[in-house]
Design a protein around this ligand. Structure first.
Ligand SMILES: [Ca+2]
Length: 466
């Protein structure tokens, strides 16, 4: 399969060979975490990481606390990444049900980085592995056969590349359509439509993605290996949203974040309810040109996981910071598109480029925390709307890839309140929901955890408004 510019020749940033090899080794061996930490401290690789990758998901875990932290202004009043440390996570599931806990739900996975479900009452949960396989858990067991294997299509030369997400069409039960987002062998971002076909035993529960049905509906050239975004997810409006990072390197050297004439650095909104390719929803913000008509929002650095509140339709976008701020952006349901979330003029509420003016009014995040020492890269989660854990209802949960911290956030009285919910040892690559809205955390080291009733208490500051 070739997309239109597959023969485009050298497009990579210079001087990336050694770094790429290094990252490749690292991505295969999270056990080298300590070594990376030593390198960070001892020989100044911290600077290398920042300039080539900027602290981001897809990277194996490494201890970040030894890295000298840049001077960080006092925290945003509604975020509390600086709050006191709570005991380490994973409360036992035998605890009283008034609070919450985490229990391991699947293990033995290989670099899992996303979890989702199909809207088909099959009760299946799909776990996306970076290397290209999509594993299925059904009937309480992880199935041996993957739902999909796109390994031959992708590259993981850069730690942020690979199979990055799949999305089931809202009418999957009728049309069998599944969308996959991956980094192709040229290192470019691809969004492709597939069909799931029955396998021998038949029945909806055993359909698998058929690679032969591939239709590439969007391919975006990536100038550098990092910051690929890559989440495809259907919104409550039935449109397919697709997040793209700024193209990579560091500091957004090409200014893609503030340039809506490029798809990079944006959240796209596509109408895939057409026979081939996609159409532009009539209420997308830039339908007159010269801006890209696919864009719903821009000014993003690397949107690593966004989600819609399944009750309200509100949109939450976690945008990975560079050196200073990890942020969560928010768009209330029904608000028009075209929002500019600020990068690369702003990194959260930190002025990244003082001499630069944004392309339009900037919408600032509703939560942020210092990139160090609180973390290295934010991973966006979900508003919990499940039944099993009443203590978490209505909270938006998000985490950090490196420190494993999980925060809760709630809007109350017009203000956003954020607080640490728990500290874990995970490399939080993603959160995910099943069909019932139960919530999971994907640990890049190879496991999935599920939120359950437990002994851990939600801080009083996050209590629902009375
Ligand atoms: Ca921003």
């Amino acid at each position: 399969m070739k997309h239109p510019w597959a023969r485009g020749g050298a497009r990579r940033g210079a001087g990336k060979g050694a770094g790429r090899e290094a990252r490749q080794r690292f991505s295969r061996k999270a056990g080298l975490a300590v070594l990376i930490g030593l390198l960070l401290v001892g020989i100044g690789v911290a600077a290398w990481l920042q300039t080539t990758s900027g602290g981001r998901p897809g990277t194996p875990g490494f201890p970040v606390s030894p890295v000298p932290s840049p001077a960080v202004p006092p925290s945003h009043q509604d975020q509390s990444g600086t709050q006191g440390r709570s005991p380490t996570a994973q409360s036992p599931s035998t605890s009283p049900p008034a609070g919450f806990g985490l229990e391991q739900w699947a293990g033995g996975l290989r670099q899992p980085l996303y979890l989702t479900h199909a809207p088909d009452d099959s009760d299946r949960v799909f776990i996306v592995q970076q290397g290209g396989k999509v594993m299925v858990r059904q009937g309480g067991e992880l199935q041996k056969e993957p739902f999909a294997d796109l390994s031959s299509l992708i590259t993981t030369r850069n730690a942020e590349q690979g199979l990055l997400s799949i999305a089931f069409h809202p009418r999957f039960s009728d049309n069998d359509q599944v969308f996959a987002s991956y980094t192709d062998r040229n290192g470019d971002s691809v969004l492709a439509r597939y069909r799931a076909e029955p396998v021998q035993s038949g029945g909806s529960g055993s359909r698998r993605l058929d690679p032969e049905t591939a239709e590439i509906i969007l391919a975006v050239q990536q100038p550098y290996g990092n910051h690929n975004g890559g989440l495809a997810k259907f919104g409550p409006d039935g449109y397919l949203y697709f997040g793209l990072g700024d193209g990579g390197s560091a500091g957004d050297p090409r200014g893609n974040g503030q340039n809506p004439k490029t798809l990079l650095g944006s959240l796209l909104r596509l109408d895939v309810n057409v026979a081939r390719g996609y159409a532009i929803p009539p209420d997308n913000p830039f339908t007159g040109g010269p801006e890209k008509r696919e864009i719903w929002a821009y000014g993003l650095r690397n949107p690593w996981r966004f989600s819609f509140d399944r009750l309200t339709g509100d949109l939450y976008i976690a945008d990975v910071g560079q050196d200073n701020r990890e942020e969560v952006d928010f768009q209330p349901a029904g608000a028009p598109g075209g929002r500019n979330y600020g990068w690369n003029v702003w990194e959260g509420t930190f002025r990244h480029r003082p001499g630069l003016e944004p392309a339009s009014e900037v919408i600032f995040p509703v939560a942020e925390y210092p990139t160090r020492p609180e973390g290295c890269a934010v991973t966006g989660g979900y508003v919990y709307r499940g039944e099993a854990v009443p203590a978490l209802r209505g909270l938006y949960l998000y985490g950090d890839f490196c420190t494993g911290t999980i925060w809760g956030m709630r809007q109350a009285g017009g203000a956003w309140r954020t607080s640490v919910l728990l500290k874990t040892e995970m490399n939080i690559a993603s959160f995910g929901e099943d069909e019932d809205g139960e919530l999971y955390v994907v640990d890049y080291r190879g496991a999935v955890y599920r939120f359950v009733p437990g002994a851990k208490r939600v801080p009083e500051t996050l209590a629902p408004p009375s």
